[in-house]
Each structure stands twice: as structure tokens, then as C-alpha cells.
Ligand binder design. Structure first.
Ligand code: SF4
Length: 385
């Protein structure tokens, strides 16, 4: 019996790399057919028919570069090798530049019941800066097409904090998104990742180590708080630091499992998996992934058994991101020490700054606290290591 109830499938193909993107993906689309075959083999190797899978997530990369027939085959292989819950949440990421209404209708017909649209912005200047392959019009049309295709559970990803971002530019993006009435919004701060075109640009321009964000942290923090206020006033629940849902039932069940440290399978090149104690990850190379699978091996590059300290750090780091926060009883049960005792000094200063609060046997961060999340997590880390 396996106790993993979620499956993540990585589709590492993109039409073109976006300037900021650090996810593993390649533009060699001719490898897709071999990759799909390898995925089917990898899934089969993990066969466990007495486990109940309640969420499946196709992420990327750009899953919407796949033929619907291929997605259907992959779902069939999952069905043959696992017991899939009748009300499984089946999420599929799409890039607005690669889809049309018929494609979405076909996805709906094979069982996809949640779409995640990589809109990023409704402003063409921002999209151009990010090197996206689509326009604002495509992004808007994607959600209209999803509705016409009969898919109501729709997330839109948005990015803020570009170097020329103003409060009104971002609020304008948010207002357009709100008007389209998605059931979920993910709003991410633009991060400068080393090795990406954006990372290189900032290093060259400033001839010093790349900063984490293109704009000052106080400005980013103001945008973050405005995002939360505006979306909560518009009927969204701010349930995770970057995620907003129209009611609890529209939360991402799959991603909630990550924030809850629930074990999951991860299939595909660069995919990570977690069994409750051990994390493993596949090769970040499509060719090595296919080669390993074809020679009968698991394409695992490495694995790491989490120490108790690492598990504690993960729990703090992940739970402080969420609306509900950290469950004090669960902490005590897992680590045989009370959260209050373990982090006495850190908690004193957090409470003094009104960055966090205790409620209903839980500890959570306030909105102000969440805007200082990195510093707060660092302070907790000092209490562990
Ligand atoms: S489409 Fe998504 S995965 Fe592909 S390069 Fe752009 S951000 Fe990265």
C-alpha cells in the first residue's frame, strides 16, 4: 500500500524560453513522442493499484503542446496502474499562445476539470518584457474559450514587480483578471533567477550580484499587500501567500498537498517526488531521462532522506505561507517538543511586531508578516540549525 495520493507530471517543452523562467524545459519539440512513451513506462514502473489518487497535475513547461490523444493515453496508463478517485482534481497548465477552443473542449472530454492558464499579464508591454509568446488578447481569449469549452474551474497565473511596474499598472492587471471571474488566481512576484536571460541582464546592468527582484523590496511589499486587499474585497480567499481562491472548494487541492507535506509521485524529467520522509528528483535532461527509461532504469538523479530538523524546517516554511498556518498539535506530535518552547525568542519578536498570531491551536502570519516571510523563515531557521 503506498500512501501517496497525488501525481505530478512534468512536460518539459516550450515554444520559446521566457526571459525569467527557471523551470526545466527545452524547445526541441521533436522529442515529444519519445518523451511520452518514456513517461508511460515510468508511470508503469511505480504501479500501485491499492493507492487512491485524488489529484493529478500536468505542469511544465507547456503541457498544452501535447496532443490531446497523448494526454488521454497518459491518463489511461495512470488509471491502469493506480486507483484513481472518482472526483479526482485533474489540472492542466496551458499557455494562451498554444490553445484554441476546440483543444480545450477536447481536454474537457477526456476528463480535465481544472485549467491553469499562464496569462501572466493583460498588458502587452509587460508580456513583451517577459518574452511571452502570446498577447494580452490571447490571454483574455483563453479564459473565454475555457468557459465555452465547459471548464469552469480556472486558475490564471499573473506576475508583478517588473522594473517598470507601477501600482496602477498592476492594479489594472488585477482588475481585468477580476472582471473575467476566474475561480482561482496565482499572483507571483517576478524573481531574478541566475542563469536566465533576466538574471544575466540584471547582473550586466548593475555589475553586481543579481537582486532577488527587479524592484525595491518595500515597493514589492506594498504591491503584495494591495493584491491581497483588492482580491479579498473582490470575493477571493487569500489562502496561500501567492494563491487566491473563490471559496475553499476552489483552492488547488494538488498544490495544497505540497503545503501540507503530503507525499506525492513526480513523473518526467526534472520532476520531484516525496514519500513522506525522502525526496527524490529525476534528471534535468530530457535525453538522459529517455535513455535511462529505455535501458530499464529509473531516471532518478538523486535522493535525500530528510532529517528531523529538515522536516521541521519544511513544516515551518510551508505552513507559514498558508492562511491556516501551523498546527501546534501536529508539530508537538512529530517533533516531541512544543512549537512555543522551541521558538520562544523568535516568537516573542514576531508577536511584538504583530507579524504573527496564535489562534485555535495554530500559529499563522498576519499580512504584514507574510510580506516579510523570507526574514521570518530565516529567523526560525536559526532556531533549528
Ligand atoms: S512558457 Fe512557462 S515553462 Fe515555458 S519558458 Fe515560459 S514560463 Fe517557462
Amino acid at each position: 500500500m503506498c500512501d501517496r495520493h497525488a501525481i505530478y507530471i512534468h512536460i518539459p517543452f516550450c515554444v520559446k524560453k521566457c526571459a525569467y523562467c527557471d523551470f526545466y524545459s527545452q524547445t526541441c519539440l521533436s522529442l515529444i513522442p519519445d518523451y511520452i512513451q518514456s513517461l508511460e513506462k515510468e508511470i508503469t514502473k511505480h504501479s500501485c493499484t491499492d493507492t487512491n489518487i485524488s489529484t493529478i497535475y500536468f505542469g511544465g513547461g507547456t503541457p498544452s503542446l501535447l496532443l490531446v490523444k497523448d494526454v488521454e493515453n497518459l491518463l489511461q496508463v495512470i488509471d491502469d496502474n493506480f486507483s484513481v478517485s472518482k472526483d479526482v482534481e485533474l489540472t492542466f497548465e496551458v499557455n494562451p499562445g498554444t490553445i484554441d477552443r476546440n483543444y480545450l473542449a477536447d481536454l474537457k472530454n477526456i476528463g480535465i476539470n481544472r485549467l491553469s492558464i499562464g496569462a501572466q499579464s493583460f498588458n502587452d508591454e509587460k508580456l513583451k518584457f517577459l518574452d511571452r509568446i502570446h498577447t494580452a488578447e490571447h490571454a483574455q481569449k483563453a479564459i473565454e474559450d475555457a468557459r465555452k469549452a465547459g471548464i469552469d474551474n480556472v486558475n490564471m497565473d499573473l506576475i508583478y514587480g517588473l522594473e517598470f511596474e507601477t501600482s496602477s499598472l498592476w492594479i489594472n492587471d488585477l482588475n481585468k483578471a477580476i472582471k473575467m471571474d476566474p475561480s482561482h488566481l496565482s499572483c507571483y512576484m517576478l524573481t531574478i533567477e541566475p542563469g536566465t536571460p533576466l538574471g544575466k541582464k540584471y547582473k550586466t546592468k548593475r555589475s553586481k550580484k543579481g537582486r532577488a527582484h527587479p524592484i525595491e523590496s518595500t515597493k514589492m511589499s506594498t504591491l503584495f499587500k494591495k493584491t491581497s486587499q483588492l482580491l479579498c474585497e473582490s470575493g477571493f480567499e487569500h489562502y496561500e501567500i501567492s494563491n487566491f481562491s473563490k471559496g475553499r472548494h476552489h483552492r488547488s487541492k494538488h498544490n495544497s498537498k505540497y503545503w501540507d507535506m503530503t507525499p506525492y509521485f513526480g513523473f518526467g524529467a526534472a520532476a520531484h517526488a516525496y514519500d513522506g520522509k525522502k525526496r527524490s528528483w529525476n534528471y534535468r535532461s530530457i535525453k538522459t531521462y529517455i535513455k535511462d527509461i529505455n535501458s530499464g532504469k529509473l531516471p532518478v538523479e538523486d535522493e535525500e532522506m530528510l532529517t528531523l530538523d529538515q522536516q521541521m524546517m519544511e513544516m515551518v516554511m510551508l505552513r507559514l505561507r498558508t492562511l491556516e498556518g501551523l498546527d501546534l498539535e501536529k508539530f508537538q506530535t512529530l517533533f516531541h517538543i512544543s512549537f512555543e518552547k522551541k521558538f520562544e525568542d523568535t516568537l516573542k519578536s514576531i508577536l511584538k511586531e504583530r507579524f504573527g498570531f496564535f489562534n485555535d491551536n495554530r500559529f499563522a502570519l498576519t499580512l504584514d508578516g507574510k510580506s516579510h516571510l523570507n526574514g521570518i523563515v530565516e529567523a526560525f531557521a536559526k532556531g533549528i540549525y
